[in-house]
Design a binder for this molecule. Structure first.
Ligand code: ATP
Ligand code: MG
Length: 350
């Protein structure tokens, strides 16, 4: 049996349905990352799991126990917020021990739990400081430490690193990954950061308007997306989507792609379709089946690689490459095996 099972979860605010028939199974110890556009219901979902928000319909099971009606403090779930939510007048030790004190746990046990958590996060030296005397990264550690002292079965993280600068963010990302390996608890983690999603997750949930578009490993989400929404969501810069009009469907398995006649075995094209090709799968050469003449619009130099914005007729084609370019117009090419196809409703067909 799965560790966490969420069945037919629904939530509306007034007439707005926020979460729509949400179903998910999470295995013991899995690190789940939730991604989706702003306002799609990620925080609401975490709040429902933690017990901070009422549920309209559906069931949440933890270790086969229905927890819908349990108070947040009884759920064995701890939440870490984007804003850290530390008490400004309390020092780090008091912040980390507050919840335990409320539960009337013995002082000696509280000391031990706080000291253990502080050691895990390497913040032992900060226990007497107030939050305003800490850097963003240190505050984040305290917020995580406070969650650890509860020894929860599940950690919920709502964009925990979004207030940090890029360097600290990468550092904390690695820390969280190590922490997960050490504690082996389940983590459900919300982020807008693709690198966090791809590197931290055992499985990613892609949410859109309260519906799950796809639930799979980072590799499945990247290489085998269910639809254009998912394909565009993961990958940077995002996948090129080009429409192939009906007149370019030569016969059921041959397409005219930028004046290249390409046959795809075991497939039937009928209507207009969408072709998806990732910027990193396009080459600055003519070594692959599909060749296109393009003109440069703009080049962004990232040092180790370049993002090259090109045009072929009306289509924009974005390329990611470490090679340098000298001319303004040149040939690019890609292999037909790298193409993803989507039907006119934007669902994946191949
Ligand atoms: N208490 C509330 N009352 C009414 N509407 C709410 C309430 N809380 C959230 N909403 C609405 O529910 C929707 C989902 O909000 P939620 O905070 O879950 O989004 P999110 O996916 O976490 O977005 P973000 O990425 O911006 O944090 C939004 O349209 C929001 O305005
Ligand atoms: Mg949110």
């Amino acid at each position: 049996m799965s560790k966490i099972i969420i069945k037919n979860l629904e939530k509306s605010f007034g007439n707005n349905k926020i979460i729509n028939n949400f179903n998910i199974d999470i295995e013991d110890g899995e690190f789940i990352v939730l991604v989706g556009p702003s306002g799609c219901g990620k925080s609401t979902l975490l709040r429902m799991i933690s017990g901070l928000e009422n549920i309209d319909r559906g069931e949440i099971f933890l270790d086969q126990k229905l927890i819908n009606n349990l108070l947040p403090s009884k759920r064995e779930i701890a939440m870490v917020f984007q804003s850290y939510a530390l008490y400004p007048h309390m020092n780090v030790f008091e912040n980390m021990s507050f919840g335990l004190k409320m539960e009337r746990i013995k002082k000696s046990e509280i000391n031990q739990k706080v000291n253990n958590a502080a050691a895990t996060l390497q913040i032992e030296d900060l226990l007497k400081r107030k939050p305003k005397q800490l850097s963003g990264g240190q505050r984040q550690r305290v917020a995580i430490g406070r969650a650890i002292t509860r020894n929860p079965k599940v950690f919920l993280f709502d964009e925990p690193l979004s207030n940090l600068d890029a360097a600290l963010r990468s550092e904390m990302r690695v820390e969280i990954s190590k922490l997960h390996k050490k504690l082996k608890s389940n983590i459900i983690y919300v982020t807008h950061d693709q690198i966090e999603a791809m590197t931290l997750a055992d499985r990613i949930v892609v949410l859109n308007k309260g519906n799950i578009e796809q639930y799979g490993t980072p590799n499945e989400i990247y290489s085998d997306p269910n639809n254009i929404f998912v394909a565009e969501f993961i990958g940077s810069p995002k996948i090129n989507i080009l429409k192939i009009e009906k007149e370019n469907v030569i016969n059921s398995n041959t397409l005219n792609i930028f004046n290249n006649k390409i046959t795809f075995n075991n497939f039937e094209f009928k209507d207009e379709i969408y072709l998806g090709i990732r910027p990193e799968d396009i080459n600055l050469d003519n070594n692959h089946e599909i060749q296109v003449n393009v003109k440069i619009d703009l080049v962004e130099n990232l040092g180790f690689e370049k993002i090259i914005y090109t045009k072929s007729f009306k289509n924009q084609i974005i390329i990611k490459s470490s090679k340098s370019i000298k001319e303004n117009s040149f040939k690019i090419s890609f292999s037909k095996d790298k193409i993803l196809f989507f039907d006119k409703d934007k669902n994946r067909i191949r």
